[in-house]
Design a protein around this ligand. Sequence first.
Ligand code: AAL
Length: 422
Amino acid sequence: MRNIATIVLLLFVIGACKSQSQKDAVLESSEDQGGFPFVLPKEKPNRKMSAAMERIYTDYEAPQPQHNELFSQFKYTELKGFDYNGGDGTITRRDPSKTIIHNGKYYVWYTYRNTSTPPRGADKSSDTVPSSDWDLSEIWYATSVDGFTWEEQGVAIKRPEKPTVGWRSVTTTDILEWEGKYYLYYQGFMEASGKRGDDCPVAVSYAESPEGPWTPYNKIVIPNGGEGEWDQYSIHDPYPLVHDGKVYIYYKSDFGEKPDKVRMQGLAIADNPLGPFTKHPLNPVITSGHETSLFPFRKGVAALVYKDGPEHNTIQYAEDWVNFEIASITELMPYAAAPHVPDAFTNTKDGRGITWGLAHFISLGGKDQFHSKLVRFDCDLSLDLDDPEMKNHRVNHKPDVYYSQGLSKKQMQRLESGSLEK
Ligand code: AAL
C-alpha cells in the first residue's frame, strides 16, 4: 500500500514539474520570438500569444472590428406617420415584426394598444384598464415606400372571444412567408400580464396576402414548457426563419425568481408553419438578450443580443443554427430589433446579412403616461455593404448620454450618508 502511495506521489510531482516545464518551455521559446509586430497581422501569426490575443484570431471574424462583418454600430431615425395622442399613454406601438416587401412596399406588423387609460398595473387592471403596455392590445400593420415614412393600415389580428387563446391580448408578432402564404405568430394572453407573471403561449394566424384577411388557427402552436421547466410560463417574441427546409422559430422566455429574473432564448422547429413544433433539446441556446432578433449569415445564423444577461450587447453567430458564439461586442443596440431580412424565408445557405430594421423605445411619457414608440435603425451587418462609419468602434457619446444615466435618489443617500472612505 505504501509503495502505491509513493508511486502516486512521484507521478504527481513529475506531472507538476512537467506542466511547469512545459510552461517554462513555452515562455522560453516565446521569449526568443521577439516582441509582437507593430502592424497587427490580419491572419493569426505563428507565435505564442496570450489568451486575449488568441481570442481575437479565433473567436471573431477579424482581429479588428472594422474588418468584422458581424460588428456594427447602430444609427436611429424617428419615424413619420404614427400619432401617439400627444404621448399621453393611451396609444402605444411596440414589438415590431420583421419587414417584408410586397407589391413594391414595405409591410410591418406591431403591437397596438389604444386604451382609455395608460397601463395601471395588474391589480388595477380590468376589462378596459390595461395592466401593462402590451395588455388589451391588437396587432396592426403599416406600409411604407422608403422605411422612414409609414402609413398605418389598421388592424390585422383582433383579440378573439374568450376563452380562445389571445382573448386578453394579442402581441409581439412576427411574420413568416411559406409556399406563397403568410403566417403571423404572436403571444396569446389569456390573463392580464403581471397577474402571476408575463405568462402566455404562442398562437398563429394565416392569410393569402399581407393585407389579410387573417384566419386565426385558434390553437396554441408553441406551448409553454412542462412544470419546472425554463419556459413553463412564457413563450415570448416568436421569431420565424426558414432553414434546412423547415420552420425555425426562436423565442424568449422569462424564468427564475424575482429580483433575479433570467431571460434566455430557445428554438422550436417544425416541418410546416402550423406545427407540430419540437423544442430543441439543448434549449436555451442564447443566454442573454431580450426580444429575439436573428438573420441568416453565410451558412449559419447571427443574433442581436442586446439587453439582459451575461452576454448582453453582443452579436452572436451559430454555424449550425444552435450553438452560438460571440462574434462581436457592440453598443447602443436597438430594443426589440426587427430587421429587414431579404433572405429570411428563402432557405438560403448563404445569408447576406442586414442593413436596417424597425425597433421600439419603451417607458416613454411622464409618470402615468407609459407608452412605447416604433423607431428605425440602420447598421452594416451585411456582406453586400461596406459602410466604414458603421464600423467605428470608438463612438464619442455626448456627456448628456452619460448624465442621463445619473445616480438614483437611493444611491445619492448612500453616498451622502457614507464616509469618505467608501
Ligand atoms: C417585450 C417582449 C414581450 C414581452 C413584453 C411584450 O419586450 O419580450 O412582448 O411579453 O415585452
